[in-house]
Design a protein around this ligand. Sequence first.
Ligand code: GLU
Length: 332
Amino acid sequence: MPYNWKVSRHILPRLGRAVSLLVLLGTGPVLASELVIATASPAGVYHITGRALCSLVDIPCEARTSDGSAANLAALRDGEVPVALAQSDLQHFAVTGSAGFSDQGPAPNLRAIAALHSEPFTLVARRDSGITRFADLRGHSVNVGNPGSGQRGTMMTLLEAWGWSLRDFRPANELPADQQSLELCHGNIDAMVYTVGHPNPSIAQAVRLCDAILVDVGGEPVERLVTGVPYLTRATIAAGLYGEGQPAVETFGARATLVTSAEVDEALVYRLVAALFDNLDAFKTFHPAYAELSPETMITEGLSAPFHEGALRYYREQGWLPDEPPTTEPMP
Ligand code: GLU
């Protein structure tokens, strides 16, 4: 049964912070002492991230698989989960109510916790498809990602920048991340996209089992997408990550971010943030994509939503962010 943190939101403020801390320490009702982190497909890094965080935090914690970033942002908004992972581009679109979130409007309660690993937009094609650049995708059978996934969101933005639509593919498929490599190998799709940290086992599987190639994604539309925005950047997938002959791949990408809602208890978020940063070296052992993480970049890059109070408290205690300016009392 999904953990209903909304109940704690209504009850806990009345009991006061001292009691809420006791609850979180596990001495009170179970309700507020559990953490659920919405991740994505088991094929990606998000699920590893959720499990890593759960192993470090000293409260009962579940890393829950999901359809991906867009689904997670919707679940946060609906109060179905207290914490989620989401791509920085989708975080931005959710906060501002733009792109794929224009129907919902802005999300004023969305809060940032921290930025994590970088997620290059990765285009993988069958070698015999003749696809060697993004422009070659037109007319091919392309897996654009399942609805709710981050790669689907990034793909839609990219298609718009190119002046294309899903109808430019023959056809556009909607397979989830954990199925697309096998379908590529079986010849049912010519290309697939995945916004994900590297190295990724399902991409490795496609390269190893069916001689698939990683393709550069660049050009003027990409330049336009990444210029002057904090949530997308150019990205390089290092040479040799997927076998000796694989050259460096030039593309663009987002960052994985940890997000929550303003309505989630401050102490819960504080404890999660403390678990991550107090144990950053241990966290990094869970996946090579975390190698470059540092507190400085994790609190400055790729975040569009304001920080949650619990995260702010930890960053101020560490001296990473300035203390809140004193509120000036109105003159009598
Ligand atoms: N970026 C993907 C998404 O938002 C998930 C990647 C992963 O699972 O690591 O759906």
